[in-house]
Structure formats: C-alpha cells, structure tokens
Design a protein around this ligand. Structure first.
Ligand code: MG
Ligand code: FE
Length: 170
C-alpha cells in the first residue's frame, strides 16, 4: 500500500500527536505519585507543560496541511503498553520503573521527531520541520535530564526502602 508523500507526512504527524496525548496522560499519572521525589516531580511537571504545547504545535501543523482527517486511522491505545509502565504501575519500585520507562519513551519520541524532520525537509515543509526541530530539543533535554538523574532516583528509592525497613514500615 502506498500513499502520496504529503499524506504520509500528515499521517506521521497524526501519530506524533497521538503519542503526545498519550505522553501527557502517562506523565500526569506519574507526577501524582512522586511526592517523595520533588526534583523528579518538578521536572516531570515541566515536561507535562511542554508536552501539552507540543500537541498544540502539532495540531497547528496538521491544520496547516488542510488534509481531510476522516481518512486517518485512530491510533488511540497504540502506546498503552508503554503507558502502563510509565504512569500506571502501582509496584513499590514504580519510581525506578517509571524513570526507566520514561527514559525509553523520550527516545521513542526523539526517533519519531528525527524521522518527521527528515520527511518535512524532503517535502519542503519548512515550518513543519522547524516545529519538529523545536520539539526535538525539548525531548532531548528531557531524555538527558532523566539520564543524569536515574542514578540519584534509584539510590534515593533504595535509601527510602532501607529506612522504611528499619522503622518497621514494611
Ligand atoms: Mg513529547
Ligand atoms: Fe517527551
């Protein structure tokens, strides 16, 4: 099955939009349960705002293309498995599992925006390329932050487990 290149770009932008809506849900669920990790919570809250703005910027791109959306397939739920790992876990080590899954998810986003940038460039869609480049920078920054903080988060979780054990909380 082939489609014309502009239709393809539109379809990928729609996928990215669905990805960001999923990201917002996951991050919001995750942020609620991080009261013992204020630094992580603050960074995730910042990224929720960025994510909402990313979805809005993608919507503008989609509207600017003026392609009928009725032919586009709905991708809702496609990222449900990853969402479960990031925002849906109730496991005691969810802060660590969530940080690992978030780190992976940011790289999934990075890969998608790199492909979108190449597609927009090839089709001469300069504005869409610029939007995707600006979003890419936010995803790279978030991935870098998670990378830089995964060590601390993991140690903080273990230290909390240890003190809970000593005080008989578990
Ligand atoms: Mg994003
Ligand atoms: Fe992101």
């Amino acid at each position: 099955m082939s489609s014309d290149p502009m239709q393809q770009l539109h379809s990928w932008l729609k996928d990215a939009h669905a990805m960001e809506e999923q990201a917002e849900q996951m991050l919001t669920a995750q942020a609620k349960r991080l009261e013992h990790y204020p630094k992580l919570q603050a960074r995730i809250t910042q990224h929720i705002d960025e994510t909402k703005s990313q979805a809005a910027r993608l919507e503008e791109c989609l509207e600017s293309m003026n392609t009928s959306t009725s032919t586009m397939k709905d991708l809702g739920g496609k990222f449900a498995a990853m969402g479960q790992a990031i925002g849906g876990s109730m496991a005691p080590d969810e802060v660590v599992k969530g940080s690992v899954a978030s780190y992976a998810f940011e790289h999934f986003e990075i890969a998608n925006y790199r492909a979108l940038i190449a597609a927009a460039d090839q089709l001469g869609e300069i504005r869409i390329k610029e939007v995707c480049e600006s979003i890419l920078q936010e995803e790279l920054a978030m991935a870098k932050w998670l990378e830089d903080n995964l060590d601390d988060v993991t140690r903080a979780f273990l230290a909390r487990s240890e003190s809970d054990e000593l005080s008989g909380k578990r």
